[in-house]
Write a protein that binds this ligand. Structure first.
Ligand code: SF4
Length: 102
């Protein structure tokens, strides 16, 4: 388990979480920040300082933000460099409306 950054961070990137993380496992993309689930120690420090309420514990992710578990993990699985966004975010596929039936 790990903490997950979700769409509340998009195009805001307050970055308060970066200063709080004791293991430096948060990486900045172009539009949002991402948590490396392999390095996160579940301390919760980032969640408490995020002014957007964008960070959730994995098991407490709201239903419409579940996709961000894979989006956060994917940044590190793909070996993306800092400054790069997950392809789904870059393509706009992160939006909740993508999951709603038309
Ligand atoms: Fe870093 Fe703790 Fe947040 Fe995990 S829960 S990303 S270790 S501040």
């Amino acid at each position: 388990m790990a903490y997950v950054i979700t769409e509340g961070c998009l195009d805001i990137m307050d970055r308060s979480c970066l200063d709080q993380c004791p293991v430096d496992c948060i990486q900045q993309g172009e539009r949002m920040l991402y948590i490396n689930p392999d390095d996160c120690i579940d301390c919760g420090a980032c969640e408490s300082v995020c002014p957007q309420g964008a960070i959730f514990f994995d098991e407490e992710l709201p239903a419409d933000r579940q996709r961000f578990r894979d989006i956060n993990a994917g940044v590190f699985a793909l070996g993306l460099e800092p400054g790069a966004d997950h392809p789904v975010v870059a393509a706009g596929g992160h939006r909740s409306t993508m999951d709603r039936p038309s």
